[in-house]
Design a protein around this ligand. Structure first.
Ligand code: DGL
Length: 268
């Protein structure tokens, strides 16, 4: 079996990225691997992240021989993209990095908040992005492993009230710092974009990189066939797999996929 795109994240974080690409190019066949065996990546060392991501990419290549890999994970992208590209030459690998450039274009008061994993906020890659694209802005960073854990393990079964409560601390943090723009710099946070918008209120823009990454992935494999007659939201071209799950988690992934109309392939 050979697919167009394979998406990789430590868990469910990158699903909105796969859906964004599917919106833009419904004919593309995509598979998604959540490396749940090694979740969370954001609390691991650079060496560990590189080793886990390499193993997962090898598995993806052996199973699906994709035309391109979309690393739908900021942590892997900022820590390991160069080594992964060296390790898998000839395979286009599209990374996901915090949308600093977008935020710098959106902010009016030049105060930007970055919500990400511990590994991402501590990585010099972020400082380089700020230097290159937002040197006239103040960027306030917050690592939030607790919120990431909530999203991976509880979000999909949580009530609206529990979801809003879970994001409140981060929203209050950025409000107190006076940010008018908040970057969702970990793909897991794209699931809670709406809750974050509600908690931040009208004065704060919440941005992420899903559209930019999808566009880049499409450009990369030269399949810019956006799509008269391809607007229907068929999802039979998508599927989702994980590397580890308990019985309970399997049934949760099953119902998540059912809600999103993405076939669940189980563990591999
Ligand atoms: N979703 C991932 C990211 O974008 C990492 C979450 C984790 O495993 O800590 O950074």
């Amino acid at each position: 079996m050979s697919v167009d795109f394979a998406f990789l994240d430590s868990g469910t974080g990158g699903i909105p990225y796969m859906l964004s690409l599917h919106e833009k190019l419904p004919s593309a066949i995509s598979v998604y691997l959540g490396d749940t065996e090694h979740f969370p990546y954001g609390e691991k060392s650079g060496e560990e992240v590189t080793a886990c991501a390499s193993k997962a990419i090898q598995k993806i290549i052996d199973l699906w021989a994709p035309k391109a890999i979309v690393v739908a994970c900021n942590t892997i992208s900022v820590t390991a993209l160069d080594s992964l590209r060296k390790k898998f030459p000839g395979l286009p690998i599209i990374g996901t990095v915090p949308a600093i450039k977008v935020a710098a274009e959106v902010t009016k008061n030049k105060k930007i908040g970055l919500l990400a994993t511990t590994a991402t906020v501590n990585h010099p890659y972020c400082q380089n992005l700020i230097h290159d694209f937002a040197s006239d802005c103040q960027v306030v960073m917050r690592a939030d492993p607790k919120l990431i854990d909530f999203i991976e393990k509880k979000y999909f079964t949580a009530s609206e009230e529990e979801r809003l409560f879970a994001v409140r601390e981060a929203a209050d943090f950025f409000k107190a710092k006076g940010c008018d723009t908040v970057i969702l710099g970990c793909t897991h946070f794209t699931h809670i974009a709406e809750e974050m918008r509600k908690e931040c209120g009208d004065g704060i823009s919440v941005v992420d990189s899903r559209d930019g990454v999808a566009n880049q992935a499409i450009r990369k494999i030269h399949e810019e066939k956006k799509s008269e007659g391809e607007t229907k939201k068929s999802v039979q071209n998508l599927s989702f797999f994980v590397t580890k799950a308990s019985e309970q988690e399997l049934s949760e992934y099953e119902s998540l996929c059912k809600n999103l109309r993405i076939p669940f392939g189980g563990t591999i």
